[in-house]
Structure formats: structure tokens, C-alpha cells
Write a protein that binds this ligand. Structure first.
Ligand code: GDP
Ligand code: MG
Length: 305
């Protein structure tokens, strides 16, 4: 399966649900105000967000679709063009390219969103691009979290810096960045714990991780990547806000788009925050991370070519 097919396949649940719902609304040849409002409501229900849904409705209304044409197809084209023009500026297709200087990536997000898994997948892409990659196991809260990152490191053959369960995450991060600098690594990926329920602790620990890396390189962390789980729906908006308050987020990765009908949330996020979208998670395996392409996302979302 090529990358595009895989993307479409992974995203099928979202897309099929979305498209069939839209088809049930667009039954007549003419789009009147009632249909326009239904389309808007439907977009909102599909997590596309108030602002984007209202803009899409306005564009459909202004376009005055010729009833002789295939109306569903025309609406799909409008949607596709809207998504592409909104999201293309947020692409960063060179994100995984090899860097000359060490790049420190801080990976954040609440529990269970897919941080550790995404680090494994990112490591694979970076490595295949010729990068020397190191993982830093800074979710020291649970032994299983350290082991999980370790098993990814073994699987894709990258180095890992870790410490015992319960040790200070910041000191693990410091050690990793120090060793990576000394040994000419290109990327350090720092895994973190996501215990939002204990916010004060999380904030302090998380801030400390970022600040110790600055002792080695004042520009570190070079990227603060927030991982979001597509199945969380509207909750992701709150997560972006909360995390952004602690340390400004530089990029987003959305996971679990393979098993949800909630892909529209990425459009709402793009409209609201305009944060770069690096990649999308489409499964649990090492090759299930797709570099974000607005065109591919749009086409997969509405299942047209
Ligand atoms: P963390 O707590 O944020 O580190 O999350 P984990 O990386 O441990 O992932 C939590 C669960 O989500 C695991 O069972 C992963 O296999 C699963 N997972 C992560 N990313 C994806 C994805 O893109 N798609 C699917 N279907 N599952 C994923
Ligand atoms: Mg984890």
C-alpha cells in the first residue's frame, strides 16, 4: 500500500461517516438556506468548529452551485479547497530532515494520547533520513513507561538515556542532551509524563525539563510538540490551551485518526491556533506516522481524489 492509500485507508472511518452524513443532507439539486444551515450544523457536529463551519457555509452560499451539476461533488470540491487553503500554510514537510546541530524535541501531552508510541515512530523516520537519534525516558513515574520507550529504542535501533523509576525527569533530560551533544547526535526526543490531574506537579516537572536542556543549549528545546488524540474530540482544544500556558507549543501531532470519526477536529484546531501540524498517527505500528500534507488530509477527509 502506498502512503496515500494507507492514509486514506487509515482515515476511512472518519471519512465515510462524514461523507455519508453529508450525502443525506444534500438530497436536492438546489441548495437553499435550509440546506445551508443543515450543512453548517453537520460540520459543527463533525467537530469542524464554529468558525470554519460558518466560513464553509458562506462559501457554498456564495458559489451559487449550478443545479445541473453534481451538487454533492461541487460541495466536496469547495470543502477540499477550503481545507487545503487553511491547512497548507501549517505543513512542515522538512521537519524530519537531518539537522547539522543537535535538535531537542520535547514531547508533551496528557496520558494515553500516544506520546511514547509517536516518539518511536518519529525516531524511525528521523533515522531513515540519516539522523543520529537519541530517546530520553523522562516519564519516570511508571516503570512500564520507561520499558515501553526502551522497547521502541531496541526495535528501531536508537540509543536511549534512562534512569530508575521515580528519579528526577529533568536530570534524565539533562544527561540525554549532554551525551547527545558530546557524541554528535542530530536529535534528542524527550518523552514526558502527562499527569494533568496533578497539574502543579506536572507543570513544575515539565518546566524543569525544558529549563535544564537550556543549560546545554540556550535554544533548546528546539521543538515543543504537543501530541493530541483525535478520539478526544473537543477536549483537545482545552489541552492546547493548558499546555501552551506552560511552555509555548511549536507544533502538533494528532494520533489515532485511524480509529475515529472525529477527524474534523484537526480543521477546528487549524482555524483556531494556526500551529504547524507535523504528522498524523494512523495506527500503532512503527510505520503508522504520516508526515502531514494538507492535500492528502483534505482528500482523505472527504474521500475524493
Ligand atoms: P502516552 O501515554 O501518551 O505515552 O501514550 P502511548 O504511546 O503509551 O499510547 C497509548 C495507546 O495508544 C497505546 O496502546 C498505543 O499503541 C496507542 N496509539 C498511539 N498512537 C496511535 C495511533 O495513531 N493509532 C492507534 N490506533 N493507536 C495509537
Ligand atoms: Mg508514555
Amino acid at each position: 500500500m502506498g502512503i496515500f492509500e494507507k492514509f486514506k485507508f487509515g482515515f476511512k472511518k472518519s471519512a465515510l461517516t462524514f461523507t455519508s452524513g453529508l450525502r443525506n443532507i444534500i438530497v436536492k439539486k438546489e441548495i437553499n438556506d435550509k440546506t445551508l444551515n443543515k450543512i453548517e450544523d453537520y460540520l459543527i457536529q463533525s467537530d469542524v468548529g464554529l468558525q470554519a463551519s460558518s466560513e464553509i457555509k458562506d462559501i457554498i452560499s456564495q458559489e451559487k452551485i449550478d443545479p445541473k451539476k453534481d451538487v454533492m461533488n461541487e460541495v466536496n470540491i469547495i470543502l477540499k479547497n477550503y481545507i487545503i487553503s487553511l491547512m497548507q500554510p501549517l505543513e512542515n514537510k522538512n521537519f524530519f530532515q537531518n539537522k547539522i546541530k543537535l535538535n531537542t524535541f520535547l514531547i508533551s501531552g496528557v496520558n494515553g494520547v500516544g506520546k511514547t508510541t509517536t516518539i518511536g515512530k518519529m525516531g524511525k523516520i528521523l533515522k531513515s533520513n540519516g539522523s543520529k537519534v537519541m530517546f530520553s525516558a523522562c516519564d519516570t513515574f511508571r516503570a512500564a513507561a520507561i520499558e515501553q520507550l526502551e522497547s521502541w529504542a531496541t526495535k528501531i535501533d536508537v540509543q536511549i538515556v534512562k534512569s530508575a523509576q521515580g528519579s528526577d525527569p529533568a536530570s534524565v533530560a539533562y544527561k540525554a542532551v549532554e551525551q547527545a551533544t558530546q557524541n554528535n547526535f542530530n536529535h534528542v526526543l524527550i518523552d514526558t509524563a502527562g499527569r494533568l490531574q496533578n497539574k502543579k506537579n506536572l507543570m513544575d516537572e515539565y518546566k524543569k525539563i525544558a529549563s535544564v536542556t537550556k543549560k546545554i543549549d540556550p535554544e533548546a528545546p528546539h521543538e515543543v510538540i504537543l501530541i493530541l488524540d483525535a478520539t478526544s474530540g473537543q477536549n483537545v482544544i482545552k489541552q492546547v490551551e493548558e499546555f501552551n500556558k506552560i511552555i509555548p507549543i511549536s507544533s502538533l501531532i494528532m494520533t489515532k485518526l485511524d480509529g475515529t470519526a472525529k477527524g474534523g477536529i484537526l480543521i477546528a484546531l487549524a482555524k483556531k491556533y494556526k500551529l504547524p501540524i507535523v504528522a498524523l498517527g494512523l495506527g500503532e505500528k512503527e510505520d503508522d506516522l504520516q508526515i502531514f500534507s494538507a492535500q492528502k488530509f483534505a482528500e482523505a477527509f472527504i474521500q475524493i481524489n
